[in-house]
Design a binder for this molecule. Sequence first.
Ligand code: ADP
Ligand code: MG
Length: 697
Amino acid sequence: METVSDYFGSKVFDDRVMKAMLSADVYQSLRKTIDEGAKLDISVANAVATAMKDWAVAQGATHYTHWFQPLTGKTAEKHDSFITPASDGRVIMEFSGKELIKGEPDASSFPSGGIRATFEARGYTAWDPTSYAFIKAKTLCIPTAFCSYGGEALDKKTPLLRSMEALNKQALRVLKLFGNDDVKAVRTSVGPEQEYFLVDGEMFNARPDLMYTGRTLFGAMPPKGQEMDDHYFGAIKPRVAAFMEELNDELWKLGILAKTQHNEVAPAQHELAPIYTTTNIATDHNQLTMEIMQKVAQKHGLACLLHEKPFAGVNGSGKHNNWSISTDTGTNLLSPGSTPYENAQFLLFLVAVIKAVDDYQDLLRIAVATASNDHRLGANEAPPAIISIFLGDELTAILDAIETGKPYAGSEKQVMKLGVSVLPRFAKDTTDRNRTSPFAFTGNKFEFRSLGSSNSISCTNIMLNAAVADTLRVFADELEAAPDFEAALNEMIKRTIKEHKRILFNGNGYDDSWVKEAEKRGLCNYKTTPDCMPHILDKKNADMLIGENIFTEVELKSRCEIMLENYCKTVFIEARTMSDMSRKMILPAVEKYTATVAKTAVEKKAVVPEANCYYEKEVVGKLGKLSDEIYEATKALEAETAKAKSIDDIIEQSYAIRDYVLPAMAALREAADEAEVNTSEEYWPFPTYAKLLFGVK
Ligand code: ADP
Ligand code: MG
């Protein structure tokens, strides 16, 4: 029988395939490009393209595509076949180096935030050799970056690669100061834990809200939700197990290190975590994982919901971005070492992250801001919208001791002198008890927990890498110029702790008192996307992002605009879906049921004239009132939507949505959900929460 190790990566043009299919010279050149970013010669590109094509065709592929990540947050592909006419009327399969390196999709319909006028439709895709090509269905997919004719990035990969490069450069400078001359590259790694819901496919198709918006816009709570916590880590049901089995197989064939799977807190909610890998690849893999989850679900008659809040009243889905920095020599820079010297280096990187997160807390909040994620953050199921860092008691005590110069109790009461004392190792379980923190140190990595389940992880990692790179630059500038490195280092660590400890918080992030405390500390608390998004253009943020070459000014402005546009469009679609469902499904159903009950009363009276018909009177009265309320709320929502739509300025429009459209949606929902509770289930026009949440066996 074929085992996983036989077929793992079988659909990937990875190092093993390259070695086998390329000449030694070509292989060496390509490796140099992958590892060190060396320029690729066209003759090498031709040889690689031919090998890729031969390998793909042998696996049944007929097409190739430049696979890219536009600002929609999804992936995009346009397929071209390999066929070229031959003189005898037949075809041969061809693929050139030029086609491998560069593509020119007609890109006029991708969001560009005004960078590219629609008449100037040309966009370029450029091969990213650091992420392996792979086969999906019958198409060879080549991971690419996507930019405009003028060279502005129109995608999420380009700034991510830039941020990794920025961090690499600054971290190398710092490492050199510690005498690490053998280190050639520093990379960040990510392991994203992905949450999702599985519901029955037919029920999904019966609900326009799920189909159009990915979440339920109506739905009363069933008698049972998640209060028993009996779903978390519970036994996996057969239909779900079959889905997971096929999902893993598909992911493994694509070289994706799917590792952990379990049931999550909410009924019908599950999680998949891969083994971590280089950020760029982890991002590509996470996009693929989300896509394949949905495809495999469909094959199993299920629907996979990646929305952050598919159901009101039960937990929504997030994505935890486990992040660390390591060298090409295998050292994790966020892992305290076993010698004092390594500790000092660890502490410097640690305080760099602390300073970066404090200085750019708004950018981290912005990175996870979407209409859908606004439902989770701060709702006591996910971290609050306030960004803070959890270090755990042990590390906090060490930093305290360093800052104050007082003895550290955990290590035989010795005074923590950097470069002298050995830090204790932090066991994962002593640092990871607080699940309410947005940004937690978990032994040798940080876990950023504010991401929404459908977010591309690129945004988060762009901001994180850029902020840390910028901090390391400031550190390196100062340390390189210092006459006494050790003295300067000690002073720098102490000072950084003092200046940035306000961002450290080990307490309960769900507690109301934290909101007040955070405000006292001057931390940002941006509750919604419109609240935070415009701050991406604040001088401090723009200076850093442009200074680190992550974005140009034009790119930054366009991104702000696109993200706000996404927010507005998302809510407009939801509002429209609600009013449609209300008018075409809910009101007619309520009317029909009311008529039936009323008719029953009349008939009852005909048979038994003295019958009181309390039940009928009450139901007809209540539903009569509710249908008026629903109708009024629907009209109010439509009016607010029209008003918001007429606003030209995107920021003002997003405010109108936050302040008027979303509350109007909530009011309509409240009336409709109450009608649902008072209407016979037989008459209700779409599957209820009970069926959706408990329907998959
Ligand atoms: P938990 O649910 O306790 O957070 P999981 O085991 O579900 O833990 O997920 C941990 C994730 O962190 C995995 O994806 C794992 O690969 C990743 N991870 C572990 N070590 C590192 C590291 N050094 N850098 C980045 N990610 C890491
Ligand atoms: Mg986790």
